[in-house]
Design a binder for this molecule. Structure first.
Ligand code: NAD
Length: 304
């Protein structure tokens, strides 16, 4: 039997941890020994207002179960706010080992009705927030040769969802950001992964019937998040999906494709003629970097 996953001596920052998924991840990490910064701006689900109560309440819950936690109320959506969040970990606990980028808001509207502000706000919290917090944490993790970064994407990003161009783009952007953080962190034992959760929270309560929300406890997502935050974690650059007892991995794959020997003479009609081979995913592969994909795409070229 493998050793139990523990976080003794580890310091974690969880953004948007005042409720929903962030709260559940924080309680699990703290119950296994992590010292946790509970960040939450405490606004409404669409990103207005601020309230210290949610972060304070989660800290109280953690202390009541014998754990250690400090609150932080900054917004992830500004560089200054992100630096304060990470500084809270360093000032109180001396370092940061684990970053869970989880804070989120929704401003769903169809393309025709979406205001520029709805796009900007969602980008700021999800994509910029993930970049800012990761950028603030990264030098400290590099210094300590240890880091676990888990960022929160969504099926709306990797597969699409009506009315969520802003949210979907931000969430897929997070997966893209993680693909590079994985490469830049590899040398320093920094692992970066993405989760795609399904959970009944205030963000989904508006679109799911109450009996479904009840069955989708945020706690059901946290075990894989805790694994990705652990010393035992062997994954980096993975997209892990989870919810309601379901756990899996999503990936971007590329089919073997078709090589034309004479690219000067390829016509649109040649594409039609070979379309089924070009688009076939039989024998598809994952690539662990852009370089690896480009090397395959150019593998038929002969250089003097
Ligand atoms: P939630 O609303 O309960 O949690 C989000 C938290 O983020 C809130 O407590 C909120 O106050 C906080 N927050 C918002 N803006 C912030 C900011 N600028 N700075 C700091 N904190 C901020 O909803 P949730 O479902 O638990 O969402 C958590 C994450 O999971 C989000 O990124 C969400 O997009 C993602 N997600 C959730 C689901 C799901 O099924 N619930 C599915 C896919 C992705």
């Amino acid at each position: 039997m493998a050793e139990e996953i523990r976080f003794d001596g580890r310091v974690a920052v969880v953004t948007g941890a005042g409720g929903g998924l962030g709260r559940a991840h924080s309680l699990l990490l703290a119950s296994r020994g992590a010292k946790v910064v509970i960040n939450d701006l405490g606004g409404t689900f669409d990103g207005t207002g601020a309230d210290k109560t949610p972060a304070e309440k989660v800290c109280d819950e953690i202390r009541a179960q014998g754990g250690e936690a400090v609150p932080n109320y900054s917004s992830v959506a500004t560089w200054e706010g992100a630096q304060e969040i990470i500084k809270t970990a360093v000032d109180n606990f001396g370092k940061i080992d684990i970053l869970i980028n989880n804070a989120g808001i929704l401003r769903d509207k169809s393309m025709l009705k979406m205001e520029i502000e709805d796009w900007d706000k969602v980008m700021k919290v999800h994509l910029y927030g993930t970049f800012y917090c990761t950028k603030a944490a990264f030098p400290i993790m590099r210094e300590n040769s240890y880091g676990r970064i888990v960022s929160t994407a969504s099926a709306a990003g990797i597969y699409g969802n009506f009315g969520q161009t802003n949210y979907g783009a931000a969430k897929m952007g997070i997966a893209g950001l993680t693909n590079t953080v994985k490469l830049e962190g590899a040398k320093y034992n920094i692992k970066a992964n993405t989760i795609v959760p399904i959970a009944g929270t205030r963000l989904t309560a508006t679109v799911m019937p109450p009996q479904v929300v009840e069955k989708l406890k945020p706690e059901y997502v946290s075990p894989v998040v805790a694994y990705l935050c652990s010393e035992q974690c062997e994954l980096t650059g993975a997209i892990c999906t989870a919810g309601a007892g379901y756990f899996s991995r999503a990936a971007i794959v590329e089919g073997p494709g078709v090589f034309f020997d004479d690219p000067d003479n390829v016509t649109p009609d040649d594409i039609v003629a070979k379309l089924s081979e070009i688009t076939s995913l039989e024998g598809a592969k994952e690539y662990d970097s852009a370089n690896a994909q480009t090397a395959y795409a150019l593998s038929h070229l002969k250089f003097e």
